[in-house]
Design a binder for this molecule. Structure first.
Ligand SMILES: N[C@@H](CCC(=O)N[C@@H](CS)C(=O)NCC(=O)O)C(=O)O
Length: 212
């Protein structure tokens, strides 16, 4: 059975978890604890020398990098619902969106998270948070404009799963200080797509337990 190595709340592993359930692929889940440094243990580093989640093992084939995993799963298990549209240009847009999330959204999320989640509020670099918030607003406007119907490409795709955890994390920032106002930043189309993902029958299984 396919093995899936995840980490609770990882914005990279969460899309893979959603994709596996969406496609109905049987898998064995291992949730690594970053607190225990499971990702640095020799047995995991032997699988993924970058010691990051997500990683999958399919028979003796090991793969890491969330975007590559999402593409692999769709090709390896064509029988389940598709994660990438059939139409070539639509499929290219899904790939483009995934790269844009990796290149532009993830660094912003990392920068904000390293202030808000890693330090007490008294030590936050407020100027850095404001700078990153402005960059995020720009990105969210771009992604809002890329919505076509219920999801980016009408039908649910890997790009929707890939962005979802970054959007869900905005509420977590506000929990640290409600006046930050991150959760209200995504536009109405992105908010509606989030609600659609949250209504999926398997969504609850993927929700990070420590977020409850
Ligand atoms: N580009 C990678 C990023 C994966 C990543 O950074 N995962 C984090 C968890 S959110 C991790 O495992 N960090 C552990 C480490 O850096 O040692 C992907 O898309 O899969």
């Amino acid at each position: 059975m396919l093995k899936f190595y995840s980490g609770a709340g990882s914005p990279y592993a969460w899309p893979v978890h959603l994709a596996l359930l969406h496609k109905g692929i049987p898998f064995e889940l291992t949730v690594l604890s970053f607190g225990n440094k499971d990702h640095l243990k020799p047995e995991f580093v032997a699988l993924n020398p970058r010691h990051r989640v997500p990683a999958i093992v399919d028979d003796d084939f090991v793969l890491w990098e969330s975007n590559a995993i999402l593409e692999y799963l769709d090709e390896r298990f064509p029988e389940g619902p598709a994660l990438f549209p059939m139409e070539m240009q639509s499929r290219a847009r899904v790939r483009r969106l995934m790269h844009e999330i990796t290149c532009y959204v993830s660094p912003i999320a990392r920068a904000i998270g390293s202030e808000i989640f890693r330090k007490p509020a008294a030590e936050w670099n407020r100027e850095e948070i404001a700078t990153q918030r402005a960059l995020l607003a720009h990105e969210l406007a771009h992604f809002e404009a890329a919505m076509h119907g219920d999801f980016f490409e009408g039908e649910l795709s890997a790009a929707d799963f890939r962005l979802y955890p970054n959007l869900a994390t905005l509420k977590r920032y506000d929990l640290r200080e409600p006046s930050l106002g991150f959760a209200a930043m995504p536009g109405p189309k992105l908010q509606a797509a989030m609600r659609r993902i949250e209504a999926l029958p398997y969504f609850e299984q993927t929700y990070p337990p420590h977020w409850r």
